[in-house]
Design a protein around this ligand. Structure first.
Ligand code: MLT
Ligand code: MN
Ligand code: ZN
Length: 306
């Protein structure tokens, strides 16, 4: 199984178009040692190197496909190596890219939960709009912990775990989350049995998820914010990380405390990193703290083989 990080930033990307925070302006001016990043997505391949599952459809998908030519099968006049699409939630940064795939000659096969399908039908009617182009063939994403397969991507077993987070701001039930608004994905290589957990939006770590994290060879977890009040402290937004359904890295009960309890051999990677997060500055004390803790920061193009 191969996991390729297409986009490692949170919503807005890095730098964000209208942002002049220390990170975004430093990157633009060339005064900060940091890498630009596109919005949140990974691709997963099993035994067939030319068949990928796209996990989340980022607003930056066209740039991501250009940067990752293995996702263009090039076997026919119109082709793609994307066999199916899996969504972890209905947030804009994970779904706006679906519109960019409208030229598909076949309906897009999309695995998502009922809650996500409802938001993409009502609050933000992407599925209905795409019905006027390529169409969507929606496949259920079971919340009972049972395994599912993404048709066309052989050699990978998938499981979804409900996670505590938030539905998108446009969702009719933003203030009252339901199971299935957000999931973590457990990806297991069928041959080796080694697994990875992908959870870009994570408000809390509950026992079923913790069990999956403990038995994974690699975890790719919510790296959105370093601190709960990060955007407030920078004068950018009144929202706390936890209000947005993201567990901050630092502080009591934060992501770093959890990651420190994983087995020594586990590869720990933060993904879905917001542009305000000081870990993006490769010279920051926060980044040095991650290095001491053996925690990596995902970058676009990172590939993990399990
Ligand atoms: C999130 O992860 O909280 C959202 O993607 C935020 C957003 O839509 O900008
Ligand atoms: Mn997001
Ligand atoms: Zn910024």
């Amino acid at each position: 199984m191969r996991i390729r990080v297409l986009g490692s930033a949170a919503g807005g990307g890095f730098p964000q178009w209208n942002c002049n925070c220390r990170n975004c302006s430093g990157l633009r001016r060339g005064t900060l040692r940091a890498q630009s990043r596109t919005q949140s997505s990974i691709a997963v391949a099993g035994t067939d190197p030319a068949a990928w599952a796209l996990v989340n459809a980022s607003p930056d998908i066209l740039a991501q496909l250009r940067a990752n030519p293995q996702l263009q099968g090039a076997r026919a006049a119109r082709d793609t190596a994307i066999a199916g699409i899996v969504l972890v939630d209905a947030q804009i940064d994970h779904t706006a890219g679906l519109f960019m795939l409208r030229e598909s000659p076949r309906p897009l096969a999309v695995w998502c939960t009922d809650a996500v399908a409802a938001d993409l039908t009502c609050g933000n009617p992407v599925f209905g709009v795409l019905g006027h182009y390529c169409g969507i063939e929606r496949r259920p994403l079971p919340l009972t912990g049972e395994e599912f397969a993404v048709a066309g991507v052989a050699g990978v077993r998938w499981r979804a775990l409900t996670v505590a987070s938030k539905p998108p701001p446009y969702s009719p039930h933003r203030g009252a989350p339901v199971p299935g608004d957000n999931v973590a994905l457990v990806l297991t290589d069928a041959a080796s049995g080694r697994s990875a957990v992908y959870a870009p939006g994570l408000g809390a770590i509950e026992p079923p998820l913790w069990a999956a994290l403990e038995s994974a060879a690699c975890v790719l977890v919510d790296g959105t914010f370093w601190s709960d009040e990060e955007m407030i402290a920078q004068g950018l937004s009144p929202k706390r990380a936890r209000d947005m359904g993201h567990l901050p890295q630092s502080g009591a009960g934060g992501m770093l405390e959890w990651l420190a309890q994983l087995p020594r051999a586990t590869r720990r990677i933060l993904i879905h990193v917001n542009n305000t997060n000081p870990i993006l500055d490769e010279d920051s004390p926060e980044r040095a703290e991650l290095a001491r803790a053996g925690v990596e920061v995902a970058c676009d193009g990172l590939e993990i083989a399990l």
